[in-house]
Design a protein around this ligand. Structure first.
Ligand code: IVH
Length: 677
């Protein structure tokens, strides 16, 4: 029989393992086991604790969700005030700061600083007693915050107990609770799905809102994380530190997650370099940061510098350009796209945000305008983070002018006056004018000529607009009947540029089936779908008469895409245009259909194509895929064949080094056994 003592030690061993795995996962970012294995250990512990409730302890890794406090959050007075930081916005500010610090210390101007990302979340203070999480508080006004202990316990990167020997000690640490971009996006999606009507404006507000939920069971569902940035008190434990970085190393070893991007730097030069490096990284980080914090590393320096007002003299926050700014909506206009989709756009009073000046921002669609109730004259918060397109995240209701009225979405196309119709779900509005609408025609032609489509070099936006408005081009087929004279007569065109365009048009006639399909601008048929359709059908004629079932046999083609394709080829004017294009000489190499057979030499083989071949690469890719192989972009040990044309470059060298088999076009066709290609 298993004794209670054995069970107790089994339970403790499971807890130890889980704590160590948590530490490896969150703090070291170096997990030893998979999530599934972790879950197994966790469930095993949960099961034993259910069977033997006497063994349950408050610091068990399973004890994260506690009771809701019945009287709301209680107040906690910080034993040591939670200060703020002085801000700097320019290099001069930083140079002046370092000089001030060094002058006061009477030291040379290259003292050490710890440069840490300034995380954009909310500050919390945690107290551990005897190594166990005892209390957590928000910053509040700096001297009094709110007791959020049950909530902080639900944050998985917060350890419920510290690693190491903390017998009879009291430790206070501070850090920032954040939400990652992915967590934020998911949370807002869930809020939409649950129709709570509550969406968060940015990850910081979402983190704050989540941490301040009265019910910790709700907080537990929110994707919160933490990074600790300071050790503020330690009692009953024999510790000596001379620098801030030593303190950080200590808390990290105790299981408290410290941001991996911080580093020790020297003088103003080192600070500014760290700022530049972090600014470059900002875009690719999983969470928001709004600057970098420099902290004098030596603790004796910190002590002698002291504080002024509510900020330490030994630290500085060097901010990045803001990613959110407020501005005014001057007007709302709608734009007509290639497929007639009507997109509302707000014209803004230009505002510098996220490092660029933004004067237009998409409002996405009618229901989005209604959801946010965006009106002309409104003051709005615009966000531009990294390369993400700018967007309105919030209307400041209190700034709304008197007598403002809701925006009325037009019922007619602003370009051709045709009626605007809605797709099911009422989200996407479309102009019903088709090619009668010059906006759709212009967009359609721009798309046709674009690089990934027919690739007509030099046929850009301005030129397309002129050709359409002056009546030279009514369908894409007309492009192939343009005369040099008619082009040369256009504004900003001369004989030479006209000839160049004629040559480019001629050159574009030689294409691939996939590019041709893509260029037709069939709704929902992007580059990948066009390629998949070309691979599957190989022949345009076969594709044009394919029924829904046949179309849906293609990868990623579902009911929506198949209907769109089938409808496109039912329209007589589309067939007419295709016929004319082919009559004008548009052509592509024929792809022979090779049935996929597991016996084929290329079945399941991995290819890399390099160098110039006698036919476009897409042709070879299609042939390989058709025979059951796949094409990747770089040579590795997993590559089975390299198909090399002329001037192959470094991929061939790598293949030779690895001993990968190299094929020229002849040998490729021999192995493919496909006859005339
Ligand atoms: S140190 C006395 N370090 O910035 C030092 N703060 O404006 C006080 N913050 O309330 C804070 N990242 O919420 C420090 N690495 C970091 C930080 C950081 C973000 C926030 C924190 C604080 C505010 C100060």
């Amino acid at each position: 029989m298993v004794s209670t003592k054995d069970i107790a030690s089994q339970v403790e061993s499971l807890r130890e393992q889980l704590r160590e795995h948590n530490y490896r996962y969150y703090v070291l970012d170096d997990p030893e086991i998979t999530d599934a294995e972790y879950d197994r250990l966790f469930k095993a512990l949960q099961k034993l604790e259910q069977q033997f409730p006497d063994l349950v302890t408050a610091d068990s890794p399973t004890a994260r969700i506690g009771e809701k406090p019945d009287k709301g959050f209680s107040q906690i007075k910080h034993e040591i005030p939670m200060l703020s930081l002085s801000n700097a916005f320019s290099e001069q500010d930083v140079i002046a700061f370092v000089k001030r610090v060094c002058d006061r210390l009477g030291s040379p101007d290259n003292i050490e600083f710890v440069a840490e990302p300034k995380l954009d979340g909310l500050a919390v203070s945690l107290i551990y007693k005897n190594g166990l999480l005892f209390q957590a508080a928000t910053r509040g006004d700096g001297s009094t915050g709110e007791d959020i202990t049950p909530n902080i316990k639900t944050v998985r990167s917060v350890p419920l107990s510290l690693r190491g020997d903390f017998y009879s000690s009291k430790i206070e640490v501070r850090g920032e609770v954040i939400m990652t971009h992915a967590g934020f996006k998911k949370l807002n999606q869930e809020q939409d799905e649950m129709r709570t009507g509550k969406r968060y404006v940015n990850p910081r507000n979402a983190a704050a809102g989540s941490l301040r939920q009265l019910d910790p069971a709700i907080t537990a569902k929110r994707p919160l994380e933490i990074y600790f940035y300071s050790l503020d008190q330690f009692e009953g434990i024999n510790l000596k530190f001379t620098t801030h970085i030593e303190k950080l190393a200590f808390i990290k070893n105790a299981g408290l997650r410290v941001n991996p991007l911080l580093k020790v730097v020297n003088g103003a030069k080192g600070c500014l370099k760290a700022h530049q490096q972090l600014a470059k990284k900002r875009q690719s980080l999983a969470y928001d940061i709004d600057g970098i914090v420099y902290k004098a590393n030596r603790l004796d320096y910190q002590n002698s510098l002291g504080f002024v007002a509510r900020a330490p003299r030994w630290a500085l926050a060097h901010k990045f350009p803001a990613q959110e700014e407020t501005t005014i909506v001057k007007s709302i206009e709608v734009q007509v796209g290639r497929t007639g989709a009507i997109t509302p756009v707000a014209r803004l009073k230009p505002v510098f945000v996220g490092g660029v000046t933004v004067s237009n921002v998409t409002l996405h669609n009618k229901s989005e305008i209604e959801r946010q109730d965006i009106r002309v004259g409104d003051t709005v918060v615009v966000r531009r983070a990294g390369d993400v397109i700018p967007e309105v995240v919030k209307v400041l209701d209190e700034m709304r002018p008197e007598h403002s009225t809701p925006y009325v979405f037009p019922s007619q196309c602003p370009v051709c006056d045709s009626e605007i119709v809605y797709e099911t779900s009422e989200v996407i509005a479309r102009c019903s004018g088709g090619l009668y609408c010059s906006a759709q025609l212009i967009e359609g032609i721009k798309h046709f000529a674009s690089r990934k489509a027919m690739d007509i070099e030099g046929l850009g936006s301005k030129l397309v607009e002129q050709l359409v408005t002056e009546g030279h081009v009514k369908t894409v087929a007309d492009i192939y009947h343009l005369s040099k004279d008619s082009i040369a007569n256009l504004e900003r065109m001369a004989d030479k540029s006209a000839q160049k365009l004629i040559d480019a048009i001629e050159k574009s006639k030689s294409t691939t089936l996939a590019k041709f399909l893509y260029s037709l601008g069939i709704t929902h048929v992007g580059e990948t779908t066009a390629q998949a359709l070309a691979n599957e059908f190989a022949d345009l004629g076969v594709l044009m008469v394919a029924d829904l079932e046949k179309l849906q046999a293609v990868d990623d083609v579902g009911p929506v895409v198949s209907h769109s394709v089938a409808n496109f080829f039912k329209e007589s004017h589309n067939i007419e245009v295709i016929k004319k294009l082919i009559e004008s000489g548009v052509h592509w190499p024929r792809i022979e259909k090779v049935p996929v057979s597991e016996d084929h030499e290329f079945y399941n083989k991995s290819f890399v194509i390099t160098g110039t071949l006698s036919k476009p690469r897409e042709v070879y890719s299609a042939l390989i895929k058709r025979a059951g192989g796949k094409v990747t972009s770089s040579v590795s040990r997993n590559t089975d064949y390299v198909l090399a044309g002329e001037n192959p470059g470094s991929k061939l060298d790598k293949a030779m080094n690895l001993g990968t088999e190299i094929l020229d076009e002849d040998r490729f066709h021999q192995l493919l056994g496909a006859g005339d290609n």
